[in-house]
Write a protein that binds this ligand. Structure first.
Ligand code: NDP
Length: 518
């Protein structure tokens, strides 16, 4: 297979998308290279390093766009969101998917899912407009009232690198439907396919409704999260950055939606049947995207009566994985997206080994993978690790998985909950009643039964973290609710009916001048 050459492409990142800020404001020296994690020699593009002044300018544009956008009904906004989805469909999705694979490393089918998510999410939320526009009437003894939804105002959307287009859309689109103008900060690691997508999306909407400021978290992100004009911050990323954002947003009391890290447990219960379907699902849940999915399986606990059988079948199934360049159809797992992530996962495995764990490396190298030039790691299964080893206790975000036995449901639940994270979890069993009993005891925003991988949480299923895995929920109408606030408009027809002493009659009230008292 002929992979793309190492030729560079012209820079594609734009500072703003309303067209009136010239690219020339960003000299080449203020750009970072974006390199292919499957081959560091390949420069995929560059990303501009936005400044605080440019954030200021973007916020001016968003503030100016806010009244017009808020004045439309959600139904009116939905029409424009549908038009944006149509415009994205006319774009070359395959080219954007290839760009994403080159900047991120993920295999092409995943990139197609990621970039294709934008149009799907636009159409899904456009379909919820009537729910947003519906107002509730209330009548009481003194009059009538209406409860309506109104936008929060300018919203900052801060995006991680792992599913850049899909996750940005999950934050951006509900905010837009609710009537908020949005300023987006892509991740500097994988900004290119997202920026291409936003360029098209923004062009379908009134000027200033969507602007993009590329750059680093400490500059662009921190300026957005502290500026008083920003009323809400929607963030997806690590728990550590979530804390920083919360502190930065505190002085101006911004609304926060935080989707953070996780350490998802999968519990294979005594009532599970360890067959091919179960094992295949577990392997996919662990290794898709090299484990760089927020709700990847990150720890597996199996009942001791199932443990040996599970480990053997899991090693056998995972051995079919092929690690390589995401552009090669043979590849099932791409490289780690960043070198720091690659170093971290290797260090976690080395630490577990040093603490007595058994480490088994499986799968094989893809024929076209330039192994020495990329962040490639073979899938790794770690058994007999201590529960407090960092690989078990922390989020690895990579293709190394600990598998540990347990003896009772109580112990399994205690292990699952013994972490500050609570994003998702799964229980694996042939007994649905047993699944429900255990699932309800797990402190996680989502608990899946007999699957735990991309797509297990569909757009209509509220998704978000318990404990330090986040604040708020994405997906469904709840995401729109979180980007808006209720306003009560109360018509008080009979103030005398309000509580409190009757209004005193005012003795000796003077008649207006020129009128005689009768
Ligand atoms: P980071 O938290 O490192 O970065 C996320 C975004 O925040 C980036 O755009 C980054 O900018 C920006 N940022 C960094 N510092 C600041 C700051 N001080 N103020 C404002 N913004 C800042 O996460 P990653 O991109 O490394 O993503 C991986 C993490 O995301 C994992 O922990 C994963 O679990 C989590 N995640 C959670 C999901 C969920 O739904 N719960 C979904 C996907 C990922 P830059 O890097 O460009 O400098």
């Amino acid at each position: 297979m002929a992979l793309n050459s190492t030729a560079t492409t012209p820079p594609t990142a734009l500072p703003y998308l309303d067209g009136d800020v010239p690219l020339a404001q960003f000299p080449t020296s203020d750009r970072l290279p974006v390199r292919n994690p499957a081959d560091h020699r390949e420069l995929v593009g560059t990303v501009a390093l936005g400044t605080a002044e440019q954030v200021d300018r973007a916020l001016d544009l968003a503030v100016a766009a806010a009244p017009g956008w808020a004045a439309l009904t959600a139904a009116g906004r939905a029409e424009l969101l549908r038009a944006a989805a149509d415009a994205l469909d006319r774009q070359d999705t395959a080219a954007r998917a290839m760009l994403l694979t080159r900047e991120h490393g993920k295999v092409l089918w995943e990139s197609t899912l990621d970039v294709g998510g934008a149009a799907a999410i636009l159409r899904y939320y456009a379909g919820l407009a009537a729910e947003f526009d519906a107002e509730v009437d209330h009548r009481n003894a003194v009059g009538t009232a209406r409860f309506r939804r109104r936008p929060l105002g300018v919203t900052a959307v801060i995006v991680p690198w792992n599913y850049p287009v899909y996750l940005a859309s999950l934050m951006l689109v509900p905010a837009l439907l609710a009537g908020n103008p949005v300023v987006v900060k892509p991740s500097e690691v994988a900004p290119l396919a997202l920026t291409e997508t936003l360029r098209t999306l923004a062009a379908a909407l009134p000027a200033g409704v969507v602007t993009v400021v590329p750059g680093t978290g400490p500059v662009v992100g921190a300026t957005l999260t502290s500026d008083r004009r920003v009323r809400a911050v929607l963030f997806t990323g690590s728990t550590a950055t979530g804390r920083t954002i919360m502190a930065s947003a505190a002085p101006t009391l911004k609304r926060l939606g935080l989707e953070l890290g996780g350490n998802d447990p999968a519990l294979v219960l005594e009532s599970a049947v360890v067959d091919d379907r179960l094992v295949d699902e577990l392997v996919r849940g662990t290794f898709t995207s090299s484990g760089q999915v927020c709700y990847s399986v990150k720890r597996i606990y199996a009942h001791r009566s199932r443990y040996r059988e599970l480990v053997a079948a899991y090693l056998d199934a995972a051995n079919a994985l092929v690690v390589g360049d995401g552009r090669d159809p043979e590849t099932t797992i791409g490289p780690l997206t960043t070198r720091s992530q690659y170093d971290r996962v290797r260090a976690l495995v080395a630490d577990a080994r040093q603490r007595g764990a058994q480490v088994t490396t499986i799968g094989r190298r893809g024929a076209t993978a330039r192994w020495e030039c990329g962040n490639f790691l073979l899938p790794t299964v770690v058994t007999d690790a201590p529960h407090d080893a960092a690989l078990v206790a922390e989020e690895q975000f990579g293709p190394a998985i600990p598998i540990l036995p347990f003896d009772t449901d109580d112990e399994a639940v205690a292990l699952a909950n013994g972490t500050d994270y609570g994003l998702a979890a799964s229980v694996w069993t042939a007994d649905p009643a047993h699944a429900d009993v255990v699932a309800r005891r797990i402190e996680a925003g989502s608990v899946f039964v007999n699957a735990h991988r991309l797509g297990a949480s569909d757009l209509a299923m509220p998704f978000g973290g318990a404990k330090q895995s986040g604040i708020g929920r994405r997906h469904g109408f709840v995401a729109v609710e979180e980007c808006s606030e209720l306003q009560t408009i109360a018509h008080i027809a009979d103030p005398a009916g309000l509580p409190g002493p009757a209004t005193p009659t005012r003795p000796g009230r003077q008649a207006p001048p020129g009128r005689k008292e009768q």
